[in-house]
Design a protein around this ligand. Sequence first.
Ligand code: M6R
Length: 613
Amino acid sequence: MCGIVGYVGRKKASGVLIEGLKRLEYRGYDSSGICVQHGGSLVFRKRAGRISALEEALADAPEIAAGTFGIAHTRWATHGEPNEANAHPHFDDDGDIALVHNGIIENYATLKQFCLDKGHVFHSDTDTEVLAHLIGEFYHDGASSLEEAVQLALREVSGTYGIAVMCSGEPDKLVVARKGSPLIIGVGSDEYLVASDASAIIEHTVNVIYMNDNEMAVITPDSMRTVTIDNVPVTKEIQQIEWSLEQIAKGGFEHFMLKEIFEQPEVVRTSLGGRLDLRDMRVQLGGLGEIVRDLVKTHKIILTACGTAWHAGLVGEYLFEDLARIPTEVEYASEFRYRNPIVEEGTVVIALSQSGETADTLAALREAHDKGALTLGIVNVVGSTIARETDAGVYLHAGPEIGVASTKAFTCQLVVETLIALMLGRRRFMSQQSTERYLKALAEIPDKIERILAQADAIREMVADYVDHDNWLFLGRGYNYPIALEGALKLKEISYIHAEGLPAAEMKHGPIALISDGMPVVCIAPRNATYAKIVGNIEEVRARKGRIIAIATEGDEQIEKYADNVIYVPDCPVPLQPLLTVIPMQLIAYYAAVARGCNVDKPRNLAKSVTVE
Ligand code: M6R
């Protein structure tokens, strides 16, 4: 959840590090710090708050500006409040070892007691500082080098880490290691960069090495050596990052979230590209390879994920059962991993994740793997841990998603699930005629999303009328029930309005008690088999003076009799409706947050990638 950047080369390190931190700020942004080697000393600054505060602090630090070798960190607090003392880097007692860390040292209390018994003095409430002291302890007592001290320390650690460590006694060396927290090394000409996320280094190089769990790299300006924590040499392959710098910039939009909402027609086209074969009227998913045969035969699919990706999983349950007739369950990853689930032979477990690094999703996947399931990943970030640890998978190709609120990744998760469901359905029982109907309709989705986006200004004006209300309801049925949940989550996370999503029929079983004069109720009511039912639910809300924003199918004038406002979406087959109905949800949340003056791309208390439990 936090962000790490490191630099070893000939440029001024602080510029590279601060730029990298700014690109990582979406991962965590409550405090930050930087440490640079200068004249045999480690010079550092830390600040609570945004990266801009750290940047200001560098104005009076010419030694930091001069260094060509350093590490930096942006934090999202887990242990200890977000203040300067708890910001990284952390140091050992002598101040000659500096460390930045992502992840959680689970046994930090035991390790801290060990260090306290040895006379170490602590200055923060973090779990990370323990690791700095432990490395220092080994460095000064027994280890022959920084890397050996790091290895000895990491062998004592339970928990997760991505770390970068430097030492004034070995001034040209950076040691990095990973377990459960992403870390990549960028290989430039005459320079190496280290980052927890490709966006921090893409400006400098597209050539990267993805570190695996329990691996470590020892980097100097002229060399890099990779070994395991147990010091066994590892040969690593240099791979290319596919994203460009332009893709991770705002491109003229006020916020990344808005840019990403508007990118959806294009990314859906990309996600469908080469997979939706309209000439032979079939779906081709190269990432699934030979595994397709097992998938076709499976008697059960379990989809596991967190947050928005879990909502995509709920849509997947409808798709896999409806289109492929495969019994499907959806599990919160955080629950699945701890409830000793029954995973019968032949079960396929699919993990959905934008980042591919979400700690709970990864743990659920490992649990499923240990129980013998065939595992698949539906992931956006290429080379991410989930992508690498699954038996097979399909990438979203949504491009980098920077806004904390997930939008385009969600839509592409639905696209990929639809493609898999149609491919399986066709191989199991679906007629060629039905398959063709769905495939043609899927190909039209990007243009239809564009038609909804064209209403953005009207949606902005409409939302202005509702934003003073602190409680909203979102109702949907069938395929659109998960979209109601997603609409409520989007609104909560960026506008801090309390919102609840419900299957519309459930309202009568309790939540209807909440409806009061003027309460906004978003009803997702496109034409489908439950249309009349949801109109009934709308009437129930109106009778209690709730105000209705209806999402309806173009041409449905009848709904205007019941709703205060209507946002129209183009018609399409029912299983594809979520791909369209989610767009108004995103725009409503976005414009509500902007109207309330919220920081859309960096909502309070949230981080883009939740790599801790
Ligand atoms: O990277 P992932 O898709 O695994 O992330 C899962 C959730 O943390 C994420 O969807 C979260 O709910 C977003 N803030 C939603 O907008």
